[in-house]
Design a protein around this ligand. Sequence first.
Ligand code: G3P
Length: 217
Amino acid sequence: MKFFIDTADLAQIKEANDLGILDGVTTNPSLMAKVGIKGEAAVFNHYKTICELVDGDISAEVVSTDFDGIIAEGKKLAAIHPNIIVKVPMIKEGVKAIKWFTDNGIKTNCTLVFSAGQAILAAKAGAAYVSPFIGRIDDSGWDGVQLIEQIAGIYSLQGFATEILAASIRSPLHIVKCAEAGADVVTSPLESILGLLKHPLTDIGLAKFLSDAKAFK
Ligand code: G3P
């Protein structure tokens, strides 16, 4: 399973990358706004910086919602760096655009996916990644991890090549559950990635090893 970080914060991207386990980055307009990046030029420049920092797939989201606008924007985003994956929303015009990008050699990440039906459409259009939003599904009273399992079952049965990118991750447990459910990629905030490190018995055990080692110095 690939590990992506879900942020536009450069310090957090660097910290995750320094761990040596990072395979890519996802962002969205809300994450860009959170770090104060506004306007097309600044956003494009920020994507370029992220691509220079991390050697992996970097999702860059379009903000157009009509076919021509999505295509024009996606082409410009894809021209920033070969590792850019154009992130397109799961809407009718988005599905058409994903098919166009697929036919023209541009990789896409279909975002805002909340059902198996949407995941099937994204795969049919040839999306490289499909992004079900686990945390937001849980927030609405449904089971996000169960959706990952359902999509993984359908893709495997039908032979779809689209990779399942579990997004809207809220905890280290979400990462583990998505791994069990068959996600190909999990994109998480830094806090959830670092949360995987933690276990009280590791801390207690290490304190004991270090104190015993001191006794023999
Ligand atoms: O990048 C999309 C997704 O991960 C958003 O997460 O926490 O805003 O639901 P969240």
